[in-house]
Structure formats: C-alpha cells, structure tokens
Design a protein around this ligand. Structure first.
Ligand SMILES: [Zn+2]
Ligand SMILES: [Zn+2]
Length: 299
C-alpha cells in the first residue's frame, strides 16, 4: 500500500495538471470562434459540435449524437491523451503511471459513449440548481457552460475560470437593482458597462413581473428585520417569482445585520446563488464585480 500511495498521488497530480491544460485548450477553442484565421475557426468548429448537441437552452439534439462523437469527443480524447503523455514526459513520470492516466481518459470516453452523451454533466433539466460554491465542477456548473459558452469553462476544477473571471455572465442578462444609494448606483453602472440590461428602482416599484424576468436581483436598501422591504421578504419573493426559469437566480445583498446574517442561509433555496456584499461599498463596484466574477459569494 505504501508503495502504491506515491504512484496514486503522482497519477492524481498528473491528471490535475492535465485537466487544467485541457481547460486552457477549451478556452482557446471558444476564443478561436471569433478569429479570422480559418484553421483556428475549423478547430473551434469541432468543439462547437458538442455545443450543438446540447444547446444554449439545454436541449439535446440526438440527431447530432454521432457528429458529437466523431468531431468532438474523439479529437478531445486524442488531445487529452497527448496532454497526459507530454506532461508525463516533461515530469519524468513513470510509464505505468502515464499509462494509467491514458487508460482513465479512454474509460471516461467509453462511459460517455455508453450513456449516449448523457453523463452526469449532461442531463436534460427543466430547472438547473445553483452550482456548488466549492472549487470542483459539478453538473450545474457544466450546464451553465452550455448556457453561456464563454463562461464556466473548467471541466473538473475551477482554477482557470477563477483566474480569468469567467464565473459571472452578465452580457444581455437582466439585472434588477433595488435601491438608490451611491454604491447601488455604481453597481448598476458597472453591470451596464458589462452589457447587462439594468433596471434600477425603489423597493416600492418592485413588481412580480420584474422579478420573474430578472437573472440577477441586487438588494441595496439595507437588510431590515421584518416587513415588506426586508431582505428576507424580498429574497423569498424573488425566489418564488423565479421558480419557472431554467437557470439559477443570482441575489446580491448589500450590507447586513445580525438577524439577516443568522437567517439568510435558512431562506436561500437550491436554485439561488446568494452573494453578500458586506464590504462592497468600501471596495467599490468595479472591484466587487471583479471578485464576483471569480466566484466569491461573500465580499
Ligand atoms: Zn458539455
Ligand atoms: Zn465548450
């Protein structure tokens, strides 16, 4: 067992490095879609086949199953095997450990093929739960990659997305900012600059219709403890209005108090990403958004 342990650890490290390198290739393939260089666009189109198989509305297209296998999954296997072998060679890793890494890549593909492309990360869903707040990728996280192909790029561990700030898609999304403080206004402006559709209103104007179409709700009026304008009431209203939407809801709360801090985790449901901006006004709106883009849920 003690002899096996170092080999297992070396294999784990090899696979960890390989998955980060493969994430970089994945990001480059998405970036290559927008280039003028034909050969890069051709490479990008291979990966695009995977996104055609499971589209941005998270609908499967079984007629594209074979194309997904031939044009995306097999080239991806070739790339993953090459990355494992090259890292193994550069790191002077023993051949048996490299062979085990290659075998795991092949078995992973065999598993996906056996499930006809519907593995743990690719499932038909009517309501995607909020992704986990940890560093590892889960099924919801990868569903969000299909919904927002330039974001949530990591396959297993979120290192690249946290470095690049790809955890908060805002372009063309609806952001409702409740409150008129200077910080709320700065946040609204920063979201507009990120090409979100922003509505800034007073709490009395907040309607269910507005909440129903909101992707992000920013509560900037002060937590309160009870009553129609308390964060508790507004969070519950936002979650109720969002229940028929496909993707998770984002709720950001500005400021806090003891009652809200104690109760917020009891109130938030599994379809909501709740972010608390306690020191946001000190940091400023631009820094706040930069941190949220890197996955922070408490700022
Ligand atoms: Zn996928
Ligand atoms: Zn992709």
């Amino acid at each position: 067992m003690t002899e096996l342990l170092p080999a297992c650890l070396r294999l784990l490290l090899l696979l960890l490095l390989a998955t980060v390198v493969c994430d970089v290739v994945h990001a480059l393939l998405h970036a290559a879609q927008h280039t003028q260089v034909r050969v890069f666009r051709a490479l990008a189109s291979l990966h695009q086949e995977h996104h055609e198989f499971l589209d941005r509305a998270l609908r499967f297209h079984d007629s594209r199953l074979a194309r997904n296998l031939v044009r995306h999954q097999l080239p991806e296997l070739g790339m993953r095997v090459a990355v494992v072998v090259i890292i193994g060679w550069l790191g002077s890793v023993d051949a048996v450990v490299v062979a085990a890494g290659v075998l795991l890549c092949v078995l992973d593909l065999a598993f996906v093929v056996a499930l006809r492309g519907r593995d743990l990360f690719h499932r038909a869903q009517r309501a995607v739960p909020a992704p986990s707040s940890g560093i590892f990728v889960d099924g919801s996280y990868h569903s969000l990659h299909h919904a927002f192909p330039d974001h949530f790029l990591a396959a297993h561990i979120q290192i690249l997305d946290r470095v690049l700030g790809r955890l908060l898609p805002l372009r063309d999304r609806s952001v409702v900012v409740v409150g008129a403080s200077a910080y709320a206004t700065d946040l609204a402006r920063a979201c507009s600059a990120a090409h979100a559709r922003v509505t800034q209103i007073d709490v009395e104007q907040l309607s269910e219709a507005l909440l129903e179409q909101a992707d992000v709700v920013v509560l900037g009026t002060g937590a309160g403890s009870r009553g129609p304008s308390s964060y508790e009431t507004l969070l519950l209203r936002a979650q109720r209005a969002h229940r028929r939407r496909l993707l998770p809801l984002e709720v950001w709360t500005v400021g806090t108090n003891a009652a809200w801090a104690a109760r917020q985790h009891l109130l938030v449901d599994d379809r909501t990403v709740l972010r608390t901006l306690k020191r946001g006004s000190v940091l400023g709106a631009t820094t706040t958004l930069a941190l949220l883009r890197r996955g922070l849920r408490s700022v």
